[in-house]
Design a protein around this ligand. Sequence first.
Ligand code: SF4
Ligand code: SF4
Ligand code: SF4
Length: 208
Amino acid sequence: MLLYLGFINGENMQIEGFWFYLFSGVFEAATIHYAVAKIFGPLIFGRGWCGYACWTAMILDLLPFKQPSAPRKRIGWIRYVTFAVSLIFVAALFLLQIPNTAGIIFWAFIIGNILYYAFGIILAIAFKDNRAFCKYLCPVTVFLKPMSYFSLMRIKCNDEKCVSCGKCRKVCPMNVDMTDNSRKRANGTECILCLKCVDCCPQKALKL
Ligand code: SF4
Ligand code: SF4
Ligand code: SF4
């Protein structure tokens, strides 16, 4: 998608592309992609996109900080700022009737991706956490988190098998408390369905 739709076809597949095509009234690939992978799809498969398909995380997951060692920071509000910036940027293009918006939105795609990788790598190193960008900055999580709260697919814990050893929480890249079966489990909307917790459980108490 990044190479073919983005670089070859010149379609902005980032969030500003979604706003742009939505406001243009054009049903382009970015609109379909957001609807399926990031808005309505998460009602079924949660944040599977984040676990298996995101091209930003594809690079971030290569970094060495796979298990966060420090507790989460209370800076998740930054995602609403980046979300608002993307919306205001595209709205300004329309309201101010800027010419050549298609060209601008393509360059926004290139520059936006470079910024995502740069901030993602800096944050990962600073917080010793590959997924720090996902937890604090990514504007797409404003869609992903509330929708994945209701996800049909989620990790469940068999309380009769669990011996509370804590291994699952230790390997989780997203700080989820998957031993709590309620929808309000700690960081429940962060689960990327990577199944690391399932694989490491010595009691086979966890399943999707
Ligand atoms: S939170 Fe954002 S950057 Fe991270 S995997 Fe999901 S869509 Fe990609
Ligand atoms: S790894 Fe398995 S047994 Fe240990 S706390 Fe997690 S679910 Fe329970
Ligand atoms: S380790 Fe388990 S709870 Fe954590 S993100 Fe992966 S699948 Fe979700």
